[in-house]
Every structure is written in C-alpha cells, then in structure tokens.
Design a protein around this ligand. Structure first.
Ligand code: NAP
Length: 484
C-alpha cells in the first residue's frame, strides 16, 4: 500500500529562477502533483521570481504551458490545474540588484512556513542569500534550497558554503541531490535497516563486490559547452554516485534522523581510498548513428573531458576492507539504466557439481527505469532432470507489487520539496559532506590532469571503452549487462 498522504503545513515557496528550465520541467509539475494528491494545502502560495518582465497572469500562463509540455495529459485535471494556477504569483527581481525585493517581501505571509528555492546559477546563491536577509524577507526559521552543482572543486564548494553560512544556519540549508529523493534509494535504507535478513550479510565477509551503474543514452547535446567544463566525475560521481555508495556502505545510524544519517555517510566518504591510476577508466563517445562524437558535441577537438568514467573504489574500514566498489557512468551508452548491484560471495562449499564464481545471489536495486528491487537465488530447475540448478529472480518491482498505485509514487523533486516544507533534512547533503566529497574528488582529477590522461574513445550504444570491461575482468569479475 502507498502511505496515506498527510498534507503539509501552509507555506510560501519562492522559486528564484521560476521561469527557468528546472522550474518548468520539474519543480512546477512536481508541485502540481502534490496539490492534485492532496498533500499541498490550498493555503500554500508559490511565488516565481526572476528578471524577466512578467505579471502574475504571465507566470500562470508559463506554468500552464510547462505542465502541458512536461506532464502526460492524463495527469492533468482541469479543475486541479486551475486551483494550482490560482496559488501562483510572480515578482520581477534581479538577484544582483535592488529592484523587486521590497515587493517580494510583501508576498511573504506571517505564520506559514517560508522556503526559498534557488533554482539559479550557483554564482547567484550568495547574492540572493544576502538580499533575503538584508531586506528582512527570510527569518531564522526560513529554509533555502540550493541546486547542484555545489561547487566545481573543494575551494569553490567551501566558498559557496561560506557565502550561505554568513546568512543562514546549516539547519536552514537544503542541498538537493535528487537521487536521494528516489523511492528505491530510500527503500535501500528500509531494506537494510528494517529487516534482519540483510544486515548480518552486509559486509566484506559475505559481499564479493558492489556495482553502481548510471548509464544514459543521451549525449551532451545542447549543453556541450557547460558539460565540457565539468565532465562525468564532477557532474555525476562527486554527487549522485558517491551518495549512492554512501547509502550502501554506511553503518546503521542510531536513528533515522538527519544528522545521524548524514554523520554515517560522512564517515564513508572519509574512508574512501584515493583511486589508483590503474583503477580508473575515462572515455568519450565516437561519432555514431545517434549523433556526432563527444568532441564535435562540445565543439573542441582537443577536449580531454570525460563523458564516461569507471572506477574501482575501496572503502577502508572494518566492514568493507577487501570488497571493491565498481562504479561507472556515461553518456550514449546502450541503454538508460541506473542500478546498484550487491553481488554476494559463493557458498563456501558446493555440495552440487557446479563451478565456483557463479555469484548466484545478487541484490539489485533499480533506480530507473522501472524502480524496484530484485534478488536472484539458486533453485533446482523444475522437472525430472536430476539436481540441475538455475538462478531465478525474486522480483520486487514496485509496478507489480503496488499495481496502479505505483504510478502515484512521487517524483524525486516533489518528495524533496515536501521534505523541505516539513523541515526534514535527512535526504539533503550537509555542507561538510559536500566538502568531504570534493576533498576526495579533487586529487583524483589532479592526478589524471598531471599525467596528461587522454580519455579512450568508445562506440555509441556500447557499454563504454573496452578498458572499463578489463577493470573487472582482471579481478575475475564482469560488469552486469546495461539493460533498459
Ligand atoms: P536556466 O534555464 O538557465 O534558468 C535560470 C533561471 O534563473 C531563469 O529563470 C532566469 O530567469 C533566472 N535568472 C538568471 N539570472 C538571474 C538574476 N540575476 N536574477 C534573478 N533570476 C535570474 O537554468 P536551469 O536549467 O533552470 O537551472 C537552474 C539551476 O538548477 C542551476 O544551478 C542548474 O545547475 C541546476 N540544475 C538544473 C537542472 C535541469 O534539469 N535544468 C538539473 C539539475 C540542476 P531570467 O533570465 O528571467 O532572470
């Protein structure tokens, strides 16, 4: 059963960058769905804020168009859409100027939750934070939501943290990593810490290795120039993949509360070993049937930025010593698929005539598409053919288990926004966590830059460069197939 929906408290949510891509694609549709589901109370107000000249009606029109563009028609109920639009207003404001702030202040009501979503470039985080305080718009209970990228390296992340810390307490800052808002990611914690079955086996004694794959079929396309300045390590690994790794590797927190969970994640990041050059593969896609090469996409034939990365990582602590974490992410791969696979060791002795190294028990946590979990176990093949063994999946796909209700599982963004309103920071990154992640990432990047490492080309629609396959082959293991 899907949990009963409990409406959140009335709130004023200001979306800086309310006219931008993220607001139109994710934030506004997400808020509409929360209203349609009865979670967003009718007393809530959403205020778009950006430099574009627009009145309330203009913002409502833009929002209506966004809902129609980014949501299936079946998800839009005429009356609900009107109700949602009636809660919207717009204020023209320049993050770096003085105009509009007094008007914005007039929109903020007393006695409701105040949240400010910074859906703008990170260079505007500091100026907005400063003005919210200087103009007396945000008080000590207000919450601010900031988007990725949170810094480009440790120094810039520290500078961003400091620019926010001048005006807001850490308990008011919600750093979004939308991977943490995914249903299965939270289910990973539920499965680990809500059952007796898995936790005793969740260590290097029983787990052979772990694979984390985030594969995309799209190229860098229109955002080539931006992407080329960051690359897969900064864009995906430093945040999303490290967060997933933390949730798998962390010790059980004493409580499911924000700081208890984030303290344990931080310990994992601090226990990460530097990646050895031999344990790292970087790649760029070649020209192929789906489009130009990476180098053409970014318009720089000499670019050395990676759009594919695979690594063998080690978490140096008692629980995980000796168990490798293999991670990979890339663009223009054979399927869009994100999953975590916990591959358990073989039984110590086989009474059946089967070879070792089969790794029959794999717990797969699927993030997209088709969120769900699967556990493979060995059973006897049915029939009179003697004791022949096969590995079969115990499938826990949400779509099957929950039927139509699975369609109601909120998108990561809407869940996270509701957590902001509830004041629950558990699924948001704390400042020290982000800095620790950069402190691990920076030397890895510095090392490949110092070596003048050139990414390997790979075919579009493949699983990445051959070197990435070798990363596991040489350890006597293989990647799981990237399947849609
Ligand atoms: P975008 O489409 O370029 O939108 C930027 C927004 O900021 C616009 O509404 C723009 O409106 C406003 N803005 C720009 N300068 C401003 C200023 N000086 N004062 C006030 N408003 C200003 O960018 P986006 O894709 O929505 O991304 C927003 C943030 O989310 C970025 O930090 C991005 O990295 C992050 N993010 C985006 C996505 C995504 O899917 N789009 C995913 C993850 C993270 P005006 O021009 O009218 O001022």
């Amino acid at each position: 059963m899907v949990a009963r929906i409990i409406p959140v408290e009335p709130f004023d949510l200001v979306i800086f960058g309310g006219t931008g891509d993220l607001a139109r694609r994710k934030i506004l549709p997400g808020l509409y769905r929360r209203l349609a589901d009865g979670q967003m109370p009718p007393e809530a107000r959403v205020i778009g804020a950006a430099r574009s000249e627009m009145d309330d009606e203009g913002f409502r029109k833009l929002t209506r168009e966004s809902l129609e563009e980014f949501m299936p028609a079946s998800a839009l109920d005429k009356e609900r859409v009107e109700e949602f639009l009636s809660l919207l207003s717009y204020v023209q404001v320049d993050a770096k100027g003085d105009g509009g702030w007094a008007e914005l202040k007039e929109h903020i009501r007393p006695d409701v939750v105040h949240a400010f979503y910074f859906s703008v470039a990170p260079s505007l985080f500091g100026p907005i934070a400063e003005r919210l305080k200087d103009h007396g718009i945000a008080d000590d209970n207000a919450r601010i939501v900031v988007e990725k990228p949170f810094g480009h390296d440790l120094a810039s992340a520290k500078a961003l943290n400091q620019s926010l810390a001048c005006h807001f307490d850490e308990t008011q800052i919600y750093r979004i990593d939308h991977y943490l808002g995914k249903e299965t990611v939270q289910n990973l914690m539920a499965v680990r810490f809500g059952n007796m079955l898995f936790e005793p086996l969740w260590n290097s004694q029983y787990v052979d290795h772990i694979q984390i794959t985030v594969a995309e079929t799209v190229g860098v396309g229109g955002r080539g120039e931006y992407y080329d300045r960051s690359g897969a390590m900064r864009d995906m690994v430093q945040n999303h993949l490290l967060q997933l790794l933390c949730l798998i590797a962390m010790e059980p927190p004493s409580r499911y509360d924000p700081d208890a969970v984030r303290d344990e994640k931080l310990k994992v990041i601090r226990a990460l070993e530097p990646v050895r050059p031999d344990d790292l593969v970087r790649g760029q896609y070649r020209e192929g049937p789906d489009g130009p090469s990476y180098l053409e996409d970014v318009g720089d034939p000499r670019s050395r930025t990676e759009c594919f990365i695979a690594m063998r990582m080690s978490v140096s602590n008692w629980r995980w010593a000796g168990t490798p974490f293999y991670i990979r992410t890339g663009k223009r791969l054979k399927a869009r698929a994100s999953e975590i696979a916990i591959v358990f060791k073989d039984a110590p002795h086989s009474i059946f005539d089967v070879p070792q190294g089969r790794h029959s028990n794999v717990l797969t946590i699927r993030l997209q598409p088709n969120e769900g979990m699967q556990m493979t176990v060995t059973i006897k093949e049915p029939g009179p053919g003697g004791m022949r063994l096969i590995d079969v999946p115990l499938d826990m796909s949400f779509a099957e288990a929950l039927g139509e209700q699975a369609a109601d599982i909120p998108d990561a963004y809407e869940r996270l926004i509701m957590d902001v309103i509830r004041g629950n920071q558990t699924l948001f990154m704390r400042g020290d966590e982000v800095e620790a992640a950069w402190a691990w990432t920076d030397p890895v990047i510095a090392d490949w830059e110092a070596r003048g490492h050139v990414p390997s080309p790979y075919e579009q629609g493949s699983s990445g460069p051959d070197d990435a396959l070798m990363l596991l082959h040489r350890d006597g293991r293989r990647w799981r197939e990237i399947r849609p």
